[in-house]
Ligand binder design. Structure first.
Ligand code: PEP
Ligand code: MN
Length: 373
């Protein structure tokens, strides 16, 4: 059971103390207080854990500090939506609002290689007014002999260049707990020149210790990439590890599933799950068309498969697109064959805008239907 407090309620007030005392008066029930900084408001929730099935909601609804009492039947206690009207809170990080209604494109390098390429990438983003990007410093590679990323050594110049071009969020994968502290230290040393959203998964989607570490710090948001070989339910449970640690700045990323049934794409594109994850959870959902498709194939209509699947995810309500670009893909140390080229950036952005406008028109259309019925 979750008790949502009113916006102005003080978690240390006498009213809240009495409420907790009453909850813990039931046998085998204990409580946890969770404070969530949403994009538009702060939420305080009191979780009743244990044998809560027989506890009535009415006595708790009487308290002046209580906004509502939600009985949780689903498994996803922290990230779940639970009720139709239960707010999708989202978050604001480094001046950027990320919610189930917002929309951002994160074009960038799969892996950071050299200053020149990063600088060209960031300059192009600035030119198009984009403040969100991706850049890999720690790369999980299938072969130990492949480029593993420059690691902590590149962070000072990555953050300096990103800051110079006004980038506010870089999605950056971490594969070990120690990387989180390295990123925080480098951000501090740069004077918070930019911001980082910690990317976890797909390969580490069930690395529970890493997920707990990302959840126990409440500063950097987490972009969780769905596990490519596990069920959606298992991925959502993995996200609960982050959220139950108190970090609610989470974005869920769809990036395709590993099955040869998706051939010739690198992964089977799963963007039909955009509305599903938005319905099951309060999380903003982004798509990664580059790691789904994995190649620069062009359809007979002249449109790249990467553009096609992006439009499919965006028209279904995705809140963002994580996409690989590279000024010189032949020089890329990772995933060059799937990178889009810099001259393609404005065309890609226009294609995305067309799909987002179509999504918004579809939403208005659905609202008309809802008003009639
Ligand atoms: C990446 O985004 O660089 C990456 C390795 O993606 P994924 O974990 O989805 O394969
Ligand atoms: Mn990659």
């Amino acid at each position: 059971m979750i008790i949502v407090l009113k916006a102005d309620a003080d978690a240390r007030s006498e009213d809240v103390r009495r409420l907790i005392q009453m909850a813990e008066g039931y046998p085998e029930v204990h409580t946890e207080i969770h404070q969530i900084q949403g994009a538009t408001r702060a939420l305080t929730e009191i979780y009743l854990l244990g044998s809560t099935g027989v506890i009535p909601t009415a006595p708790f609804e009487e308290f002046a500090c209580v906004e509502k009492v939600v009985r949780i039947t689903e498994k996803f206690r922290a990230i779940g939506r639970h009720q139709e009207d239960y707010e999708s809170v989202g978050f604001t990080y480094n001046g950027v609002q990320v919610t189930q209604d917002s929309f951002h494109v994160y074009p960038g390098l799969c892996a950071v290689d050299d200053r020149k390429n990063l600088e060209q990438m960031c300059a192009a983003l600035k030119e198009h007014g984009i403040v969100t990007s991706r850049a890999g410093a720690y790369k999980p590679r299938t072969s130990p002999y492949d480029f593993q990323g420059h690691g902590a050594s590149c962070l000072p110049w990555v953050f300096e260049i990103a800051g110079k071009y006004g980038i506010r969020i870089i999605a950056m994968e971490v594969t070990h707990e120690s990387h989180i502290a390295e990123i925080q230290q480098a951000l501090d040393a740069s004077g918070q020149a930019t911001g980082v959203m910690l990317q976890i998964g797909t390969r580490n989607a069930q690395n529970f210790e890493l997920l707990k570490a990302a959840g126990s710090q409440h500063e950097l948001p987490v972009l969780f990439k769905r596990g490519m070989g596990i069920t959606l339910e298992e991925s959502l449970n993995a996200v609960e590890y982050v959220a139950s640690g108190g970090n609610r700045k989470i974005v869920f990323c769809l990036r395709g599933m590993k099955t040869n049934l998706g051939d010739p794409h690198r992964n089977f594109v799963d963007f039909a799950h955009v509305p599903v994850v938005k319905r099951l959870t309060r999380l903003p959902v982004v798509i990664d068309p580059s790691h789904s498709v994995g190649r620069r194939a062009v359809a007979p209509d002249g449109i790249l498969d990467i553009f096609h699947v992006t439009a499919q995810g965006v028209i279904a309500g995705a809140n963002g697109v994580l996409v690989d670009f590279h000024p010189h893909p032949e020089e890329a140390l990772c995933d060059g064959p799937q990178a889009l080229l810099m001259p393609e950036l404005p065309v890609f952005l226009e294609d995305v805008r067309i799909a987002r406008d179509a999504y918004e028109a579809r939403r208005r259309n659905a609202a008309t239907l809802a008003r009639r019925s």
